[in-house]
Design a protein around this ligand. Sequence first.
Ligand code: ZN
Length: 132
Amino acid sequence: MSRDDPYHDRKVYHFARQWRADGAVSALCYKRPRPINLRIALWTITVKAVTCPRCLKMIRERDMTIDDLILRILAQHGPCTPEELAERMPVGYRGVVGTQMSLECLELDGKVERVGEGRWQVPAAKGQVGDG
Ligand SMILES: [Zn+2]
């Protein structure tokens, strides 16, 4: 396929998602669980070793940390309260954001700054420049 694989014998590494008792492993990118064909592909649980583009995409999109999601929402929408953030989070994350714990951790990291009472935003330096 690629120049660094001249003999076309390099196997793609999927991210392993499910294991069966007999040792069969299914990949994250499979819509329905089925054993990976080990003659043409391999699996790993180390994200850095994954080479399957579909698995990588899903890891990026689905395994984003709550902090990453908060940063993304703040960058898109500007200053938000935890309640506003919670509304904009994907369903599975909504309960977690309400605790404000994640926001306060981010604030300590300097990735988010508090603006006004109970509102946070991503520091301007990292995104928009001025308002010209
Ligand atoms: Zn895959």
